[in-house]
Design a binder for this molecule. Structure first.
Ligand code: NAI
Length: 398
């Protein structure tokens, strides 16, 4: 079969398995030649391992110096009569194949990380086949829905403001245009539900369960990822529903850190840069900021993608020569430092102030944004023969 890109709104309805493999390979090649992770962990569990920051973390820790064995958990779909499946499915397979060739263990679990069954399965595997413990747990889930732990009822997050509504522009990837978007103010229930889905509760439940089961090794670390951004996006993100969820994530890190001290463990949040991922393209009114940011950071030679961010995080800030996790005064590890530089933000603001549906392609890096989105789904990668007739038979199980 020949697979073409299909985009509906902000969602890719197809993906290219060979292209996904190439994207994983490119990330591996990047970390091999980057500054290496010294004294890294050997046994890693990544929740949300199939794309974005979670996949990049797993690649960094396996191929960027630490040579870590890993378990990856993600919610993805394989090929079926309904379609080719999701890019994350192929990322997981391709990562595991590459890691195994390198002599590393790479075990994938595909299913709902919010469910108790998944926790049980992962712990049983750690005990039976993964040496009995892990020394790093990465929590990188991004989702709009979570089953209520008590009732099983679906809780949904909302991407809204808190207080007043906000009007702005959003990129429409299907139509290649900039269109008006309004973020409505959230109700108290919507705020509460967003915190439930994207806050720290599930992270804490995972860590509590892993602690009870005795599978967190001496000195084990755990990381979750956050975004704060600049004043330009505060109303959309930091002061909106997502920001409330992130505040909860930050306080969860402090609680977990205190609890993990008994075995020399630590819990941190790493604050990352705004990037194009499956999750971030959904945030209304946020895309003009990314278009401007990419343009400016590329021109200044400061641009990073997920893989560059994660390699810098683990090589420089976490498993560095000093053996000390570098944080700011609020115990946050900041790899959003280049994004937030005053000179970067000043240039970004000047672009956004002038951006319209007519000039957004010239003023911002729409080309880069769209290419990045297509690459996430295995398209537009150099060296891939997109006319090749693919047989997906040996890619149907993870
Ligand atoms: P992504 O959409 O690329 O990856 C999300 C991962 O979560 C995927 O592996 C997916 O399979 C998994 N997942 C979703 N629901 C699941 C479920 N029920 N069970 C198991 N796995 C599930 O997202 P991205 O952007 O990498 O986000 C990861 C974290 O990074 C989030 O906390 C996000 O807020 C944070 N972050 C993202 C930024 C961005 O610009 N994209 C910036 C800073 C932080």
């Amino acid at each position: 079969m020949i697979i073409e890109p299909i985009i509906k709104g902000q969602v890719a309805k197809s993906c290219h398995p060979v292209g996904c493999g190439k994207a994983v390979k490119d990330q591996i090649n990047y970390v091999r030649q980057a500054k290496q992770i010294a004294r890294g962990p050997k046994k890693v569990l990544v929740l949300g391992a199939s794309s974005g920051f979670g996949l990049a973390s797993r690649i960094s820790l396996a191929f960027g110096g630490a040579r870590a064995d890993s378990i990856g958990v993600a919610f993805e779909r394989g090929p079926s009569e309904n379609g080719v499946g999701t890019a994350g499915w192929y990322n997981l397979i391709n990562f595991a194949r590459q890691a195994e060739q390198e002599g590393l263990i790479a075990k994938n679990f595909v299913g709902d990380a919010f469910g108790e069954e998944m926790r049980r399965e992962v712990v049983d595997y750690i005990k039976a086949e993964f040496g009995g413990s892990v020394d790093l747990v990465i929590y990188s889930l991004a989702t709009g829905v979570r089953p209520d732990p008590e009732t099983g009822e679906k809780i949904r997050s909302s991407i809204k403001t808190v207080g007043e509504p906000l009007k702005g522009y959003t990129v429409n990837l299907e139509q290649d245009c900039l269109e008006e978007a309004t973020l409505e103010p959230a109700t108290e229930k919507e705020i509460h539900d967003t915190v439930k889905v994207m806050g720290g509760e599930d992270w804490e439940e995972w860590i509590s369960f892993l602690m009870e089961e005795g599978v967190l090794g001496e000195g084990c670390q755990t990381f979750a990822y956050s975004y704060i951004g600049s004043e330009i996006t505060y109303r959309i993100y930091h002061e909106g529903t997502l920001g409330q969820a992130k505040q909860h994530l930050h306080s969860t890190a402090d609680r977990l850190d205190a609890r993990m001290k008994s075995f020399g463990g630590q819990a941190h949040v790493a604050v990352c840069k705004a990037l194009v991922t499956k999750a971030s393209v959904f945030i209304p009114a946020f895309s003009p900021y990314i278009l401007a940011l990419f343009k400016v950071m590329k021109e200044m030679g400061l641009h990073e993608g997920c893989i560059e961010q994660m390699q810098r995080l683990y090589a420089d800030r976490v498993y560095n020569e000093n053996g000390i996790v570098e944080t700011d005064d609020s115990r946050l590890v900041r790899v959003d430092d280049w994004e937030l530089r005053a000179d970067v933000q000043e240039k970004v603001r000047s672009i956004i102030d002038r951006m319209t549906p007519e000039n957004f392609r010239e003023l911002g890096d729409y080309e880069g944004y769209k290419t990045e989105f297509l690459k996430l789904n295995g398209f537009f990668l150099e060296g891939v023969d997109y006319d090749e007739d693919l047989d997906l038979a040996d890619l149907s199980s993870n």
